[in-house]
Design a protein around this ligand. Sequence first.
Ligand SMILES: [Zn+2]
Length: 271
Amino acid sequence: MPELPEVETIARQLDKKLRGRTMRSVKLLQTGRETPRGSKFVKAIEGKKIESINRRAKLLIWHFSDGTAMLAHLKMTGRFVFVDKNYKPGKHDRAIFSFGVGRCLLVWSDVRKFGFVKIVKPPDLKRVLSRYGPEPLESQAQELADRIKSPKTRMVKAALLNQEVIAGVGNIYADEALHRAKLRPTRRLGTLSAYDRLRLAKEIKKVLSESLKQGGTSANDYVDASGEKGKFLDFLRVYGRKGEKCRDCGTAIKRITIGQRGTHYCPQCQH
Ligand SMILES: [Zn+2]
């Protein structure tokens, strides 16, 4: 699933190309994952001017000049990719957006169909965004460290995946940050020292910003808005590397399941 670096990469690309443009038309190819449904969705955004596009947690937020917004969550396999005017729709495409000038088209597609788009009014936008924890790249390490204190019996990996604790961290970067901090994903929050928490918070910030510089990680089928893969895959230390050698000590990386999520760690380096 795209996490902070991947969604941020897409948000920046969309913002660069679409800021100030008008949503000229929307062709809905498959209904069911948009709110409101069908022609109501199309009517709700056609003609709207795009003020900016940014990200909060793993959500893409399209801000329109009338104060409404379109939230988009990519979930497992959602994509927003620019295509040219001769584009022929594929079977997983859900909608094609076109904009005022430049004949530029944007395709929203989703193989697994867990993603969604939703039009919200200003009070709803505020409410949705307030549910998330702090943004790791915009927060001090100590502020993040203070978020991973309780409940004491919760496993640290599970805490990191909770978007109310810290926003934008998912399976890949939780595993990577824990390896860098030399902490086992199964550690209970109550067993972490203040130093452990601060170290982990610093590694979360570091791994996210390093990945963002590489345009994110294409571990599964993530591509950015130009259809390009992220280049951080080669830098991963544990995620998706079950049985391969730890880059620090040579021990085989283990894979376990925590909260139904595959979790990777080095049994030698992480305690
Ligand atoms: Zn190791």
